[in-house]
Design a protein around this ligand. Structure first.
Ligand SMILES: Nc1ncnc2c1ncn2[C@@H]1O[C@H](COP(=O)(O)OP(=O)(O)OP(=O)(O)O)[C@@H](O)[C@H]1O
Ligand SMILES: [Mg+2]
Length: 369
């Protein structure tokens, strides 16, 4: 019922109804979109759910898992052929080009020039820069979509990692922007990323080639009212009720609407109910589920603290933020630290000089110490 650790869709997907609606509308309109949020906030889940609701296939590329930009390029072309009805393009390419062209002629009634273009892309890969190869692959996929009279939807997840392939971020962005801006007619692009300021630099900085390029969505924490309603309904389906719904709300608030942590606690709660064979959850059960959740994510929180302590003043600033103590650091130095913490995904700016810590357990940890 509650899923932890992997992206969720369908019955395991809660809250975010407005976001899903909005994203589905963008998908239906062929609008390019970027989604940014802190780690474990549900970006991948959101995009997968939106595609599920809109009943459209998408080509998904996780840049954190790719070896190189060429491997990403190959995957995109391979998936595009697959959704056109021809499986195993990349594997076929490695075996026999003649067979591959023969298959394309039989299985897809399209101009072979496009297929030859796809083959050439990978045969000549050594002659091109990797970023050029990726851009050429996207052009090729665009031609394929036009020829087939379909639209392809390409999702780049962990897009903030675009600069980690040995080619500078700026070069890759330049190459990509140069081609994808002409693809609106037949290909839509989705960019997901977690490190807030890097995503902002790419999409919100005037000097970036991606400035004002697409619609931007920021994923907020769960909305307490909506998630509460969804959770009560989910437990009710299992014939389990909450003795005190106010206590549930209090727990959800303590978690700051953090999606991954909230699900850890709800899963714990469900197992407690099963283990004790109870049909009514009391405040004590909630407390235990919350505490157990804290113990489970403690390693991760300590890892965060280690990273925070490795940077000058960062720990002092976030400690004061968690404990509502006035900041000692002032002016540009303070702004720089806030930016650093934002960069790490731990805080989000909520107003002029105002920030919130994204993870309720991190707040708890900082208050205890
Ligand atoms: N809408 C949701 N409904 C239920 N659980 C969710 C939702 N969004 C996120 N979660 C929970 O958070 C976890 C992380 O979600 P997901 O992998 O989608 O986040 P992410 O932002 O893509 O994370 P990462 O930064 O690690 O890529 C999920 O395993 C699930 O437990
Ligand atoms: Mg993700």
């Amino acid at each position: 019922m509650f899923s932890v650790g992997r992206p969720v869709t369908g019955r395991s997907f809660f809250d975010r109804s407005k976001m899903v609606k909005k994203l589905v509308a963008f998908i239906d309109d062929g609008q390019d979109v970027m989604v940014k949020a802190p780690r474990r906030y549900g970006k991948t889940s959101l995009i997968k759910q939106a595609f599920k609701v809109s009943k459209k296939e998408h080509i998904y590329v996780d840049l954190r898992r790719e070896r190189s930009l060429s491997s990403a390029a190959e995957k995109i072309v391979d998936r595009a052929y697959e959704s056109a009805g021809m499986k195993g393009f990349a594997a076929g390419l490695k075996k026999s080009v003649v067979d591959l062209l023969g298959r394309a002629e039989k299985e897809l009634s399209i101009d072979l020039g496009i297929v030859k273009g796809s083959v050439k892309l990978f045969e000549q890969s050594g002659e091109m820069g990797e970023e050029e190869q990726l851009a050429a692959a996207l052009d090729n996929v665009f031609e394929l979509a036009k020829e087939l009279g379909v639209r392809f939807y390409i999702v780049f997840d962990e897009f903030q990692d675009i600069g980690r392939f040995g080619v500078s971020k700026d070069r890759v962005l330049d190459a990509l922007r140069g081609t994808i801006q002409h693809h609106g007619e037949s290909v839509s692009y989705y960019f997901l990323g977690s490190i807030e300021t890097i995503m902002s630099e790419i999409f919100e900085n005037r000097k970036s080639p991606f400035y004002n390029y697409c619609r931007r969505l920021t994923l907020e924490p769960f909305e307490i009212e909506e998630i509460k309603k969804d959770l009560i309904a989910a437990f009710r389906r299992k014939k389990i009720v909450f003795e005190d719904e106010g206590a549930l709300e209090e727990t959800l608030r303590k978690l700051c609407g953090h999606p991954a942590n909230t699900m850890v606690v709800m899963q714990n709660l469900y197992y407690i109910a099963l283990e004790k064979d109870i049909k009514s959850i009391g405040p004590k059960d909630l407390k235990r589920a919350y505490r157990d959740g804290y113990d489970e994510v403690l390693d991760l929180i300590e890892e965060y603290i280690g990273e925070i302590k490795a940077r000058k003043h960062h720990h002092d600033v976030i400690y004061r933020l968690a404990n509502s103590i006035p900041q000692e650091l002032k002016g540009p130095a303070l702004r720089q630290v806030f930016r650093g913490l934002e960069n790490m995904g731990h805080i989000t700016r909520t107003g002029r000089g105002e920030y919130r810590i994204n993870d309720g357990y991190l707040i708890e940890y900082l208050r205890e110490k």
